[in-house]
Design a protein around this ligand. Structure first.
Ligand code: PLP
Length: 394
């Protein structure tokens, strides 16, 4: 029997991928399953982006690139930060990686020593705690409630910070809740962070462009420019440009930390795929109309989904500010029905009985809720929510 490392035994496989796989299994067995578990847009990658990659391929751009990204892509990222976010970076402050996932992985490995604490507000993106654990760090989970719109308060942040805190993670708009912090809320968090000069901040802006309101996007550095020196901004093309399979994410921050993350990457994957980098550059530099088009569809589906979920007995869904996720509470259903002990039971029931795959909230540190991805057609959503309502209300 192979003895595995404590490291790998301390983590679990991604639960969102597990739901997707389970749905695929049932489908292969002939069942009619609607998968609302996946975290990716249902649109094709826009054509001008694909064409750029095809050109690069035909031109023989198929070899190693610089570990930290091609000069062309880095230039496009720097321009993006300047234009969209009002943030200035030099090339040695930018690292391009194989998806946003690798960016955070590099960050954890470059920053954390054994037992270093990372403050992670829950509900959280499933991968943060596990990636911190892989780096032998200690996730410190701050639980937020639906009543507070799943947003960490300044008091909660203050209470979570200790002498061992190295990093605070912010993700807005959030996967899985879809809620975004306002500028004032970020300013309040910034006031706390200003008092703790040794703490770094990671702002995961992956859903920056998928917002429903006309309010401009803002992150913690916009709210509190003094934090620029110790904030690492994470972003990528996966969600905004429907490019999840291309695996391009990027990070910007202090040159020393970015250099350390690059060193980690140089000993793991090296550069991200050459032609995917060309495609990402085309995405950032090209016409942004494709983003607006997708956001328009997400907004319309969001309105339908929130209303339809709230019409189910025992279900409560707050409206989101962005992303393509709804995060309704099913606690009323769980409490009322002796068949269900918790959200995992309920998710299993909805999958086997209604043929709808949702991700149980406990995967995101929020038992009692469920994540529903509305990155699928309105028709499919109507079918899915109809099935859920029927299965629950009998
Ligand atoms: N950050 C958040 C909040 C996400 O939801 C995701 C994807 O689900 C990522 C980062 C990573 O994206 P990718 O590695 O696909 O670029």
């Amino acid at each position: 029997d192979v003895q595995l490392s404590d490291r790998v035994n301390s983590i679990k496989p991604s639960p969102t991928l597990a739901v997707t796989n389970r749905a695929a299994e049932l489908r292969a067995a002939g069942k009619n399953i609607i998968g609302l578990g996946a975290g990716e847009p249902d649109f094709d990658t826009p054509d001008h982006i694909k064409q750029a990659a095809i050109r690069a391929l035909n031109e023989g751009f198929t070899k190693y690139t610089a570990v930290d990204g091609t000069p062309g892509l880095k230039k496009a990222i720097i321009a993006k930060f300047k234009n969209d976010n009002g943030l200035s970076y030099e090339p040695n402050q930018i690292l391009v990686s194989c998806g946003g996932k690798q960016s955070f992985f590099n960050l954890s490995l470059a920053l954390l020593n054994d037992g270093d604490e990372v403050v992670i507000p829950a509900p959280y993106w499933v991968s943060y705690p596990d990636m911190v654990l892989v780096a032998n760090g200690k996730p410190v989970i701050v639980t937020t409630t639906q009543e507070q719109r799943f947003k960490m308060t300044a008091e909660q942040l203050e209470a979570a910070i200790t002498e061992r805190t190295r990093l605070v993670v912010l993700n807005s708009p959030s996967n899985p809740t879809g809620v975004a912090y306002s500028l004032d809320e970020l300013k309040a968090l910034g006031e706390v962070l200003k008092k703790h000069p040794d703490v770094l901040i990671a702002t995961d802006d992956m859903y920056e462009h998928i917002q429903f309101s006309d309010q401009p996007f803002c992150n913690i550095v916009n709210a509190c420019p003094e934090l620029y020196e110790r904030t690492i901004v994470l972003n990528g093309v996966s969600k905004a440009y429907s490019m999840t399979g291309w695996r391009i994410g990027y990070a910007a921050g202090p040159a020393k930390l970015i250099g350390a993350m690059k060193k980690i990457q140089s000993q793991s994957t090296s550069n991200p795929t050459s032609i995917a980098q060309v495609a990402a550059q085309a995405a950032l530099e090209g016409d942004q109309a494709c983003v607006a088009e997708m956001v328009k569809a997400f907004k319309q589906r969001h309105e339908y989904v929130v209303e339809a979920l709230n019409a189910i007995n025992g279900v409560e869904c707050i409206p989101a500010d962005g992303t393509f996720y709804a995060f309704p509470s099913f606690q009323g259903v769980i409490d009322a029905d002796p068949r269900f002990e918790n959200d995992i039971d309920l998710a299993e029931f909805l999958l086997s009985d209604a043929g709808v795959a949702l991700v149980p909230g406990s995967a995101f540190g929020a038992p009692g809720n469920m994540r529903l991805s509305f990155a699928t057609s309105l028709e499919t959503l109507q079918d899915a929510i109809g099935r859920i309502k029927k299965a629950i209300e009998g």
